[in-house]
Design a protein around this ligand. Structure first.
Ligand SMILES: [Zn+2]
Length: 212
């Protein structure tokens, strides 16, 4: 591991997102916040701050409730993707970043054929992940899971969540250990975590991401 990319999903949260932004600022790290549309509608200020501070804002569905493997109709897809993109508005990254909801880090079937067609039409860039240390379940022990996990990956793209206050109290310790080990933080995404690039399907998409 030489490079590592951080992403924060499921926010924004009025309390936790600003605390995460403070830590990233202190450490000079830029990341991406994949926001949930209905959260953003309720609490926009932290996303505006993140954007102003050079972080990227991506789309992480409107309701974060049902993976596309379990509900694939076009009305649902449109409301999950487009409604969130409208809410993001001018905060959007130019490549229209989208991250599907897989359910506890599950990647297979996080998209379906209809969703892929819809993302292609909208020229979205679909960003998945390769490291899920489970901060959502293990609020106090995720750093001890994350450090050995990322050490085995050439270029880890880590999914964390700026919604659990307790879990994010360990963020600074995690980043400090990584910085001490000489890792470089990279805002860009590892190519093997891109399932669609500005509407074009990549090789990754064929490997189980799309529900059959
Ligand atoms: Zn999520």
């Amino acid at each position: 591991m030489q490079h590592i990319t951080l992403t924060f999903d499921n926010g924004p949260d009025p309390e936790v997102t600003p605390a995460v932004l403070d830590i990233l600022h202190k450490r000079g790290i830029k990341s991406t916040f994949f926001v949930v549309g209905r959260q953003l509608a309720a609490c926009r200020a932290p996303a505006e701050r993140a954007h102003a501070e050079g972080h990227w804002i991506g789309n992480h569905t409107w309701s974060h409730s049902i993976p596309f493997r379990d509900r694939g109709d076009i009305d649902f897809i449109q409301s999950e993707i487009d409604r969130t993109q409208d809410e993001i508005g001018t905060l959007s990254h130019p490549d229209r970043l989208f991250r599907p909801y897989g359910g506890k880090g599950r990647l297979d079937g996080s998209l379906n054929t209809e969703a892929v067609m819809h993302l292609a039409k909208g020229r979205y860039t679909c960003v998945v992940w390769n490291a899920v240390p489970g901060d959502f379940d293990n609020h106090n022990g995720w750093v001890e899971t994350a450090l050995p996990q990322v050490a085995t990956i050439g270029w880890p793209l880590v999914v964390l969540h700026d919604v659990h206050k307790q879990a994010m109290q360990h963020l600074d310790r995690f980043l400090g250990q990584l910085q001490n080990s000489g890792v470089t933080f990279e805002q860009n995404f590892p190519p093997n975590c891109i399932a669609m690039c500005r509407g074009h399907e990549t090789e990754l998409l064929g490997r189980g991401v799309v529900a059959s």
